[in-house]
Write a new protein. Structure first.
Length: 93
């Protein structure tokens, strides 16, 4: 994987994920009209935002004949500017 001209080897990612030195945390996130699920990773005394999952019901109008149902949108999530891309860059070699 290439991120900002930095090569991150997939075997380093797999080794990291097989390690038990991190913790995944799921949190409910509510605004006045929406609900989301935040997934964060705690690693090396840092918290990284992995993703924000937001459900939506698309096609609720009667004139819509396709795509009726719940769609889950996976969005980028950051904690103090630490996101999935920063985590991949910070994975130990």
């Amino acid at each position: 994987m290439l991120i900002n001209e930095t090569i991150i080897y997939s075997d380093n990612i797999v080794k990291f994920l097989e390690n038990e030195d991190y913790c995944l945390v799921c949190k409910d996130y509510h605004t006045h009209n929406k609900y989301s699920l935040l997934i964060e990773m705690h690693f090396n005394n840092s918290v990284y935002g992995i993703t924000k999952i937001e459900p939506a019901f698309d096609g609720k109008n009667s004139n819509v004949s396709q795509t009726k149902g719940i769609i889950f949108y996976f969005q980028e999530h950051s904690v103090e500017s630490k996101n999935i891309w920063r985590l991949l860059n910070d994975i130990p070699k």
